[in-house]
Design a protein around this ligand. Structure first.
Ligand code: ZN
Length: 97
C-alpha cells in the first residue's frame, strides 16, 4: 500500500463514513480535513491529504473502540457459557419430540 492509498477509518466515535475535504484559504494555503457528518465528532487535519488521514486514523478513540470490541467479545463468550446449559436442555427437548 502506498501513502497515496491511505483510506480513513470509520469515525472512531459514531462509526459513520468520513469524508476528506480540501480547504483553500485566501492566502493560498491548502489544508485537508477529515470528518464525518456529526459536528460533535473529532476531526483530523493536515497539510496534505495523507497527513490529515493519518491524524484521523490515529485518534485515541480508536484504541477505546478496540478495547470495547474486545470487551464485547469477552462478554459474548461469558453469555454463551451462561446459556449453554439452557441451550442444551432446549436441544434435548426438541430431539425427544
Ligand atoms: Zn462521527
Amino acid at each position: 500500500m502506498t501513502k497515496d492509498s491511505l483510506i480513513p477509518y470509520p469515525c472512531p466515535r459514531c462509526g459513520s463514513e468520513p469524508k476528506v475535504q480540501e480547504k483553500w484559504y485566501d492566502n493560498g494555503v491548502i489544508e485537508y480535513e477529515v470528518d464525518c457528518w456529526n459536528d460533535n465528532c473529532p476531526t483530523g487535519w493536515g497539510r496534505t491529504r495523507n497527513e490529515a488521514i493519518t491524524n484521523w486514523n490515529k485518534q485515541p478513540y480508536i484504541d477505546g473502540l478496540i478495547t470495547k470490541i474486545e470487551q464485547l467479545h469477552t462478554d459474548k463468550k461469558v453469555l454463551l457459557d451462561c446459556l449453554k446449559p439452557y441451550l442444551s436442555n432446549i436441544v434435548d427437548t426438541i430431539l425427544k419430540r
